[in-house]
Write a protein that binds this ligand. Structure first.
Ligand SMILES: C[S@@+](CC[C@H](N)C(=O)[O-])C[C@H]1O[C@@H](n2cnc3c(N)ncnc32)[C@H](O)[C@@H]1O
Length: 240
């Protein structure tokens, strides 16, 4: 009998933020697919999940070359797919762990697309995305009432970022590590810099929080950093 392919969200960092379903699934996982990337997201996900994994779990490292469009996926992706299919056909349960939620800006989405049309049982288990964990931890409501939220990858084209900021009451900015000074300036132009808060490595031992992003804008920013901001501070202000 073929194994099951699991996509498991492990949350942003605190191992207590995994769901019961994720923990149960991990009890059945024989092989973990760990992406080999410079960003080390896979190894962070692995360390969060460590307490729940079988002691004799097999780890298979795969390189997933970055592609802008799934249609551009390369030979390496095909080889990864074949390797995963062989493991499943051998009756092993295979999992791919993701930080936060698997269907939210994750390499898992590409892996899922590779497998979705194959004769494979896939179970995707949601995880707590970083931005919601940050909101709860800081007492910073992400949206309330009729607020419109934009979730913006800071790696998007500047015009798209401008448009998203114009139309939103509240924003979540992700992947801010590459162009943090520009992002701080754009937020200031939209009167959203003062209310902004940036959390890096939420839930991990070296978590960092910055309230005054303009004062820190020349500092290097960790890859795992997210900014929350809003135009109207409203009744429920973030705790300082
Ligand atoms: C490729 S996306 C992965 C998002 C993830 N799937 C989620 O649901 O949060 C990477 C971005 O997620 C955010 N992120 C993920 N984990 C984080 C953490 N522990 N603390 C702060 N931001 C985090 C950062 O904005 C980072 O650049």
């Amino acid at each position: 009998m073929s194994g099951v392919f699991y996509g498991i969200g492990v949350g942003p960092g605190d191992p207590e933020l995994l769901t019961v379903k994720a923990i149960h699934a991990m009890e059945h996982v024989d092989v973990l697919i760990a992406p080999k990337t410079e960003k080390k997201e896979g190894s962070v996900a692995l360390s969060i999940a460590e307490p729940y994994l079988k002691k004799d779990i097999e780890i298979v490292y795969q390189v997933f070359p970055m592609v802008k469009d799934f249609a551009d996926s390369t030979e390496a992706w095909e080889q990864n797919k074949e390797e995963i299919l062989r493991l499943l056909q051998a009756g092993k349960n295979v999992a791919f762990l993701t930080l936060g939620d698997p269907m939210f800006y994750s390499t898992y989405i590409y892996v899922y697309r590779l497998l979705e049309h194959e004769d494979v049982k896939i179970e995707t288990i949601p995880g707590i995305p970083a931005f919601t964990a940050i909101g709860s931890q800081l007492g910073y409501p992400i949206v309330e009432g009729n607020d419109v939220l934009s979730i913006i990858p800071a790696t998007a084209e500047p015009e798209k970022i401008e448009q998203a900021l114009q139309g939103a009451d509240n924003v979540v900015l992700m992947k801010v590590y590459k162009n943090f000074p520009e992002i701080a300036d754009i937020l200031a132009r939209h009167h959203m810099a003062k209310q902004a808060v940036m959390v890096s490595r939420c839930g991990l031992p070296d978590e960092r929080r910055i309230n005054d992003i303009e004062a820190h804008k020349e500092e290097p920013v960790n890859y795992l950093s997210t900014i929350l901001s809003r135009k109207n501070v409203g009744e429920s202000r973030r705790s300082e």
